[in-house]
Write a protein that binds this ligand. Structure first.
Ligand code: NAD
Ligand code: WQD
Length: 343
């Protein structure tokens, strides 16, 4: 199958790329490297011994996007490209709407022009907002609490309307919970450009000595140990979910939103303990005030993914921490310190 992957050099995109290539699919990556490095693509080639077409381009540039898509003539699209920092989205909302919403509209128009009717979209559990009940199932009301979440909810709506209006279209909206971990080779992984916003990359940078200590945002939540509880999903399991979604999109039409998580909540303290076991060193941490906007608990109902995609998570929190540590310890500065493509 020919698959056009926007944002394929990024964290989740590069892991999915490896999986696609290993399964024998032909892939074109379209990425402007705003938050990624072409070195990730070189390493995906090395890991799989397969070629990848790579186009440097911006999804806001509708002409360039349409041209690339028409040239490649894909059977399906996986749409990762976007901006994802919740805090930043409060400061520069228009850039988030232009990239995440207009970029998605440009992509759908380009697909129409090229006759491509299958899309798998990177959505987020953040579209649910405050939990009215747990676990979050796909029927939970959509009420995002920040601009980033609203762009994802809006993009979902645009894709759903497109799928309704387009004969034989198939769209899968994957709502990721908290993706973490890295490829078992340690060659690709998460490489935040500035201070990490998320827990796991922050812990990894403390473990490797890039940061002095972790601030645990609150220990007075109504959870087992008072710290926030999340559904961490191994990025390699998440990559497998994309392949399952692509297969599903070949046999079903319409639009489905599907959670991608393990269904299990892990607290901050539990994750730190698992990371200490994986890296064999203590993680310095202090209790800090709650982070505004954080909820106590979030975890997924996973039955729909099992029913429609035949997919469920196979890797546990120890696998997540071990693989993260292998990546972080073997690439302490991420892709930055790499000299030359493919190094
Ligand atoms: P990432 O930043 O590593 O990957 C996004 C990729 O898109 C990067 O390679 C970036 O360079 C590219 N990109 C950004 N703007 C672009 C533009 N205008 N044109 C072309 N390419 C552009 O992030 P990720 O963690 O791999 O996330 C991938 C997708 O999954 C995003 O849409 C994100 O919102 C979504 N998501 C991520 C998480 C998470 O916690 N990582 C959770 C839920 C959903
Ligand atoms: C996890 C837990 C924090 C950092 C975010 C986005 C969401 C989605 C995934 C894209 C919480 C605690 C964190 C730190 C801490 N992204 N924490 N110290 O907030 O569940 O979700 O990423 O779609 O949209 O909102 O993930 O990793 O930031 O936090 O104590 O330095 O770790 O309070 O309990 P979150 P996170």
């Amino acid at each position: 199958m020919k698959v056009f992957v926007t944002g394929g050099a990024g964290y989740i995109g590069s892991h999915t790329l490896v999986r696609l290539l290993a399964a024998g699919h032909d892939v074109c990556v379209f990425d402007n490297y705003a938050n990624s490095s072409p070195v990730a693509l070189a390493r995906a080639r090395q890991l799989t011994n397969r070629e990848v077409v790579a186009v440097e381009g911006d999804i806001r540039d509708s002409d360039a996007l349409a041209q690339s898509l028409a040239d490649f003539a894909p059977d399906a699209v996986v749409h990762f490209a976007g901006l994802k920092a919740v805090g930043e989205s409060n400061d520069i909302p228009l850039l988030y709407y232009q990239t995440n919403v207009t970029g998605t509209m440009n992509l759908l128009a380009a697909m129409d022009a090229a006759g491509c009717r299958r899309i798998v979209f990177s959505s987020s559990a953040t579209v649910y907002g405050e939990a009215q009940y747990l676990p979050f199932d796909e029927e939970h009301p959509i009420a995002p609490t920040n601009p980033y979440g609203r762009t994802k909810a809006m993009a979902e709506g645009v894709i759903r309307d497109w799928a309704t209006a387009t004969p034989d279209a198939s769209a899968v909206l994957l709502r990721y919970f908290n993706p973490v971990g890295a490829h078992e080779s340690g060659r690709i992984g998460e490489d935040p450009q500035d201070t990490p916003n998320n827990l796991m990359p922050f812990v990894a940078q403390v473990a490797v000595g890039r940061r002095a200590r972790l601030s645990i945002f609150g220990d007075d939540y109504d959870t087992r140990d008072g710290t926030g509880e999340r559904d961490y999903i191994h990025v390699v399991d998440l990559a497998a979910a994309h392949l399952a979604a692509l297969e599903y999109s070949a046999r079903a039409t319409g639009c489905e939103a599907i959670n991608v998580g393990t269904g299990q909540g892990i607290t901050v303290k539990e994750l730190v303990a698992a990371y200490e076991a994986a890296c064999g060193r203590p993680i310095a941490a202090e209790i800090a005030p709650r982070r505004p906007g954080d909820v106590a608990s979030s975890y997924a109902a996973t039955a729909k993914a099992e029913r429609l995609l035949g997919w469920q998570a196979a890797l546990d929190v120890d696998d997540m921490c071990r693989s993260s540590w292998k990546w972080q310890s073997e690439n302490p500065q991420g892709y930055d310190a790499t000299t030359g493509a493919g190094a």
